[in-house]
Write a protein that binds this ligand. Structure first.
Ligand code: COA
Length: 286
């Protein structure tokens, strides 16, 4: 593909709610399926750290950041098809990384679709591992003993476990997703042992965030949640390092449908405990 010069009227601006329809439209044209609500959530985590690119007054690119304490996440990186290889993506990424520096967050992480990998590599991002998307058929189970709907108080109870699993405090993101999800389930006897949330997307019901203190809890939560998937497939995203999750998903006849590349920039990321992580919250936020 011929490489062009940077458009002379390229402007990088803070992403605002008024830009979201144009960003969603650009993503739809690429076959991505985030909703306006998904984007609004990410924007709400970091209103000063999400950016759009404008050319001729039109939105032609986007990038978001979500900062935790020790590391942050980059997401929603896209440039409109007809303007690629003109350094718009790299200008957006530079802006995002500058935001990390400004906020003194030493590590940026992300889950890259294949077209993004060369761009990230050109900035010194390094591969952490593959991140898999597992899909499975729903089956109707309406009785998994000891499992029930989670309340906001249950979410509070599980935050310490989540921090161990994820490696950082993402209570802000989980609190928002809890309100946004279609369902969330807990272990009745001890809600601090795990949680699974589920929300409908254009490609099925995403089960995540999903964390559990042990494999038995995880199996109960997953089977209960699958029973609430009304149509289409259920799916879960996990880094390949999550061995317990792979065993569980295989046993429930889930299969890998696509693979992204988890990468980092800056200091090596502080690790969580991947054996407690059974499903990421979202590609854009980890
Ligand atoms: C990835 C994406 C954002 C890159 O945007 P872009 O504006 O085309 O990227 P840039 O022009 O700034 O590229 C910067 C550098 O990245 C590398 N790069 C970018 N696209 C590349 C490609 N298709 N092949 C090889 N290298 C590439 C090159 O080193 C390039 O520098 P150069 O053009 O001077 O050689 C764009 O291709 C895109 O939107 N893809 C679809 C969505 C997607 O997959 N996003 C990644 C999600 S994680």
């Amino acid at each position: 593909m011929p490489v062009g010069s940077t458009p002379s009227d390229l402007r990088i601006k803070l992403m605002q709610l008024e830009h979201l329809d144009a960003v969603v439209q650009m993503m739809r044209e690429e076959g991505w399926t985030p909703t306006r609500g998904d984007l609004a959530n990410v924007l709400s985590y970091e209103p000063e750290g999400c950016f759009i690119a404008e050319v001729n007054g039109e939105v032609v690119g986007s990038v978001t950041t979500t900062l935790y304490t020790h590391f942050g996440w980059i997401g929603m990186m896209m440039v409109r098809k007809d303007l690629r290889r003109r350094h718009i993506g790299s200008t957006l990424l530079k802006t995002a990384l500058k935001y990390f520096k400004k906020k003194s967050v030493p590590t940026a992480r992300l889950e890259a679709d294949p077209p993004g990998v060369p761009l990230y590599e050109s900035f010194g991002f390094v591969k952490e591992c593959d991140s898999q998307r597992w899909f499975g058929e729903p089956f109707k189970i309406r009785n998994v003993p000891g499992t029930g709907r989670a309340t906001k108080a249950d979410l509070e109870a599980v935050l310490a476990l989540d921090k161990r699993a994820f490696g950082d405090d993402r209570s802000r993101v989980l609190t928002r997703l809890f309100e946004y999800s279609d369902f969330a389930f807990k272990v009745r006897k001890d809600p601090s042992l795990g949680i699974i949330m589920g929300r409908k997307t254009a490609v099925g019901t995403l089960l995540g965030p999903f964390i559990a203190a042990n494999a038995n809890v995880a199996k109960r939560l997953l089977r209960w949640a699958i029973g609430f998937v009304e149509e289409g497939q259920a799916y879960v995203g996990i880094p390949e390092t999550c061995g317990n999750a792979r065993l569980l998903l295989t046993s429930q006849r889930f299969r890998i449908k696509s693979v992204l590349t988890r990468m980092y920039w800056g200091d090596p990321p502080r690790s969580g405990n991947p054996q407690l992580e059974y499903g990421i919250a979202a590609s854009a936020t980890g």
